[in-house]
Every structure is written in structure tokens, then in C-alpha cells.
Design a protein around this ligand. Structure first.
Ligand code: NAP
Length: 217
């Protein structure tokens, strides 16, 4: 299992997952292309994680985490290209959230129902091995959430079995039960879980919840 992680994105998700990977013994470089964001990261990153550019983080990572604003995901992945991402597991945390404000708590996506952002990313860099994960829970519960109802479910998908095995190992360490929804087209339904997840937040300021599949034994 690869132990070097490159995190692309300096927001709440990039910071949270960086600190989570450090906690679980990984070496991490977190990336931002903005000098002010890199400076701000110094106070927010715990332990031995290092700070660099998007390219430096991607180059370092044997596994790469994509955690940029949804509208920036495709250009970011295109800029990194096969040069930085070829053969790597890329954990795609992004959601295709449009800039429009929520309507009665319901946010808008810039993708249509029969496509997903991750399919666009996979098409942009076919040599990378994208796996959707961590997009259907808030950053406050991304690392060992320890909820009273037990381990939450994390829905994943992607075309590469070995890449999904990498992500399943990470999700087990981070305190989730993996629900593997199959190939990349499942991102068309995993990404919109974010819309549902956000509604209690916008309507009632309730952001501390997670999805769980319940099964009859
Ligand atoms: N917040 C959550 O709880 C949560 C949960 C699940 C999934 N997500 C998804 O995870 C992703 C990251 O979310 P976030 O809340 O951490 O922060 P965010 O504000 O959505 O993204 C921050 C990152 O995006 C980069 N960025 C913004 N505009 C850009 C542009 N035009 N070109 C290049 N990079 C740009 C920022 O660059 P700089 O480093 O240069 O500032 C920063 O690294 C999003 O896709 C979001 O939908 C968020």
C-alpha cells in the first residue's frame, strides 16, 4: 500500500484529509498554487506534512487526492496531465457545485443528470485511475467520525479494481464502511448525494450527519 499522498487543494477538505493521513502514518504533501493559501496552511496543517504547489503535491503522491473547487477540477487535472497522474490512484473528493445560491436548501450542479464530473476528469487524463470517495460527507466527519450509530457508509466508484482497493484500505483506516457502487458511471448518482447531504445544513445548520446503508443480516 502506497504511503506517500499528494493532496491537491488547500481548503477545508484538503486540510482535513492531510491531517487524517498524517494521523494514520502517511507522508503527505498538500498543494496550493496560491502563495497566500500556502502561507495560511502553515497554521492549519499538523505534524510533518509539507506544503507545495499542486504540481509538487501530485509529483510526490503515489496516491493523489483531488480536493479543489468543483469548477476548477477539470482545468486542474488537465494541467497536471498524464505527466503527474499516469498510473496513480486519484481519490476524487470534488463535487460539481455551480456558483448559483441554494434554492430552499438545494444546491445546483453544473453537470447534467446523465453525466458526472469524475467521468469528465477520467476522459481528461485516461492514464489516471480515478476513484470517487469522501464527497458525500462533510469535512467535519471525514476522519474517524465515531458516530453513535456506528460506522457511516462511504459510496465509491471507479473503473480500476486496484485503485478501489487502495481507497477501501484508506476508508477502513478513516472509520468508514465502503459501499462499492461499481464503475465510473455510478459517479452520476454518488456526486448528487452531496446535494441531499447539504439540505439539513442549509435549512437547519445541521452539518454533522453521514449516510449509512442498513442491511438485514
Ligand atoms: N467542504 C466540505 O465539507 C466538502 C465535503 C465533500 C466534498 N467537498 C468537495 O471538495 C472540494 C474542496 O472543497 P473545500 O470545501 O475544501 O474547498 P473549495 O473552496 O471548494 O476548494 C478550495 C480549493 O480549490 C482551489 N480553487 C478554487 N478556485 C480555483 C480555480 N479557479 N483554479 C484552481 N484552483 C481553484 C483553491 O485554490 P488555492 O489553493 O489556490 O486557494 C483551493 O485549493 C470541492 O469540490 C467540494 O465540493 C467538500
Amino acid at each position: 500500500m502506497a504511503k506517500k499522498i499528494g493532496v491537491i487543494g488547500s481548503g477545508s477538505v484538503g486540510q482535513t484529509l492531510t491531517n487524517g493521513f498524517v494521523k494514520h502514518g502517511y507522508e503527505v504533501v498538500i498543494g496550493s498554487n496560491n502563495p497566500a493559501s500556502r502561507e495560511a496552511l502553515k497554521a492549519k496543517i499538523k505534524g510533518p506534512a509539507r506544503i507545495g504547489s499542486f504540481e509538487e503535491a501530485a509529483k510526490f503522491g503515489e496516491i493523489v487526492v483531488l480536493a479543489v473547487k468543483g469548477l476548477a477540477a477539470e482545468p486542474t487535472v488537465k494541467a497536471l496531465g498524464a505527466a503527474q497522474l499516469k498510473g496513480k490512484t486519484v481519490i476524487d473528493v470534488t463535487n460539481p457545485i455551480a456558483d448559483a445560491p441554494p434554492v430552499h436548501g438545494v444546491i445546483s450542479f453544473f453537470t447534467k443528470a446523465d453525466e458526472s464530473l469524475m467521468e469528465r476528469l477520467q476522459r481528461a487524463v485516461p492514464e489516471a485511475r480515478f476513484v470517487k470517495a469522501f464527497n458525500s460527507v462533510g469535512n467535519g466527519l471525514m476522519v474517524n467520525p465515531e458516530l453513535p450509530g456506528g460506522k457511516p457508509s462511504m459510496f465509491i466508484c471507479g473503473n480500476d479494481k486496484d485503485a478501489k482497493d487502495d481507497v477501501k484500505t484508506i476508508l477502513a483506516q478513516f472509520g468508514f464502511e465502503t459501499e462499492d457502487m461499481g464503475d465510473i458511471e455510478a459517479a452520476r448518482v454518488i456526486e448528487p448525494l452531496c446535494i441531499l447531504w447539504c439540505i439539513p445544513g442549509f435549512l437547519s445548520n445541521d452539518w454533522m450527519h453521514a449516510f449509512k446503508i442498513l442491511r438485514k443480516a
